[in-house]
Design a protein around this ligand. Structure first.
Ligand SMILES: Cc1cc2nc3c(=O)[nH]c(=O)nc-3n(C[C@H](O)[C@H](O)[C@H](O)COP(=O)(O)OP(=O)(O)OC[C@H]3O[C@@H](n4cnc5c(N)ncnc54)[C@H](O)[C@@H]3O)c2cc1C
Length: 459
């Protein structure tokens, strides 16, 4: 989005005259500001405001809703699967191009842990964040309604695997939200909720440095969150998380945030990849040794010119992705005009992370902050970064209103199954909301059906 935005601004006249065309291929009609996902899960920001509608900001571009399946750079074509099914039944179209920008980001990196594919949920999309929020509140409803202690314990046990940004922020925000929500349940105390963070290495939040990472561990443990370092998830079959330290936790919630890997599209190109599967790029963001192909963000292995360590690549984070996008757009324009391209160079400024409402850690430009000041800095920083004035204003308004009124504690899980009520009324088979088990959670409940863990989609 940022590359297209800059190209659109600088090529305005040529786009209007038809001399140039920018085609943006995207599976969703919006860009997701991922650093706000944990706050969306906690209900501090509504889901619509963590995304930016592409058709509105990229008015002079052609937006194609679909997924690039293959890029044949030798032929300068991208094969794109769109929503419209064609005569061949696939909906695939071939889009020819002169220059290609490849920035599909990354996907969750899973390991062959038994049960994970059936039972886990990631935390990279707005659907996952909102689905998880609904799921957590629904587990509290189940726990409150059941008389079976085993069901209750499993419902109130939440396991997160991976102690990076996504895992720590998601867990911390959801725990904060659930603790607050528990005051509205007559039979759930905050201490009944069990939150477990499993991290394979000896530290969490490497982005904020060692000292602040240790502080984050202390802060979370002080809130009764069970942080297990140097521990791995061995399996999660039959809804039981088994850890490498031998402990077992019956649970209905397993969130997997243990790293990312490059988007699968990269393997379906004729372009050079690194051992880790990222596109091998030059510092000018050109795919190495290839004309007319460019890349940025999580998908691109870009040499980090500010590092003294040879061979080091820029880390996969928003800080680099957004800055690279702008340099990339300028380099395309420079190359087309016969001018030399510039190298991308940005020394990492540090990081901020939220640990729930009014709690955080930050390590920015050598300064370490914790608690309320770090949380405030987190909010100010991300407010300044979220794209468009419209979204900044809406997010700020929501934060302000949340300070005046009470926190939202509602779960709209049934949005994920909009036909359920009607199907029931019409005498057909209604689907239970995910998480319900016919154990009294839903009055007049339907027969139990298999629950495949946390929801994967949301309305
Ligand atoms: C919960 C969470 C919190 C984070 N917090 C921070 C933070 O505080 N600070 C920070 O610096 N970073 C943070 N990050 C990391 C940051 O969000 C990513 O590094 C950044 O979004 C990468 O940008 P990108 O443009 O490369 O990829 P993305 O933002 O992932 O965008 C890639 C886009 O390409 C689309 N796409 C994928 N495959 C295809 C295809 N085949 N065809 C067409 N389109 C495709 C995807 O749908 C997506 O819209 C966080 C990440 C998460 C998940």
């Amino acid at each position: 989005m940022y590359t297209a935005l800059r190209l659109q601004r600088k090529l305005r006249q040529r786009l209007k005259s038809g001399e140039a065309e920018i085609v943006v291929v995207t599976p969703e009609p919006y860009m997701t500001y991922q650093p706000f996902l944990p706050e969306a899960a906690a209900g501090s920001i509504s889901p619509r405001h963590v995304v930016v509608p592409l058709r509105r900001v990229l008015k002079h571009c052609t937006i194609v809703i679909g997924e690039a399946e293959r890029i044949d750079h030798a032929k300068r074509t991208a094969t794109v699967t769109t929503l419209a099914t064609g005569e061949d039944g696939t909906g695939a179209v071939e889009i020819p191009y002169d220059e290609v920008v490849i920035a599909p980001g990354s996907v969750s990196r899973t390991l062959p842990v038994p049960g994970l594919a059936d039972f886990g949920i990631g935390f990279k999309t707005v659907e996952e964040a909102i689905g998880l929020r609904n799921h957590v509140i629904e587990q509290m409803d189940i726990a409150s309604a059941t008389r079976d202690p085993a069901i209750r314990d499993a419902a109130l046990t939440f396991v997160f695997v991976g102690g990076g940004y996504a895992g720590v922020e998601a867990l911390a925000e959801l725990e904060d939200m659930a603790r607050y929500t528990s005051r509205y349940y007559h039979n759930i105390k905050p201490t009944d909720l069990r939150w477990i963070l499993v991290e394979a290495t000896g530290r969490i939040l490497p982005e904020v440095g060692e000292a602040m990472g240790k502080y984050a561990v202390r802060e979370l443990r002080g809130r009764n969150i069970d942080v297990r370092l140097d521990t791995r998830l061995d399996s999660c079959e039959a809804r039981t998380a088994v850890l490498s330290d031998g402990s077992r936790f019956p649970t209905r919630t397993l969130v997997w945030t243990a790293g990312v890997k490059p988007a699968p599209l990269l393997a379906a190109t004729d372009l050079p990849l690194t051992e880790r599967g990222r596109l091998r790029c030059t510092a000018a963001l050109r795919v190495d040794g290839v004309e007319h192909a460019w890349a940025a963000g999580d998908a691109a292995a870009v040499p980090d010119l500010t590092s003294s360590e040879p061979g080091r690549e820029t880390a996969p984070n928003a800080q680099h992705a957004v800055r690279q996008a702008k340099v990339l757009a300028d380099n395309i324009l420079a190359t087309l005009a016969g001018r030399p391209a510039k190298d991308y160079r940005h020394s990492y400024a540090g990081s901020v992370a939220s640990l729930g409402l009014h709690k955080g850690v930050a390590h920015v430009y050598g300064r370490k902050l914790k608690g309320y000041p770090a949380w405030l800095m987190h909010r100010v920083y991300h407010l300044s970064r979220v794209p468009t004035f419209n979204r900044k204003a809406r997010v700020l308004a929501e934060w302000t209103l949340a300070g005046l009124f009470k926190r939202e504690i509602v779960s709209l899980g049934s949005l994920e199954h909009p036909r359920a009520e009607f199907a029931l009324a019409a005498g057909g088979h209604a689907h239970l909301r995910p998480g319900s088990e016919g154990n009294g959670a839903r009055p007049g409940g339907n027969p139990p059906e298999d629950d495949d863990g946390p929801p994967k989609t949301s309305g």
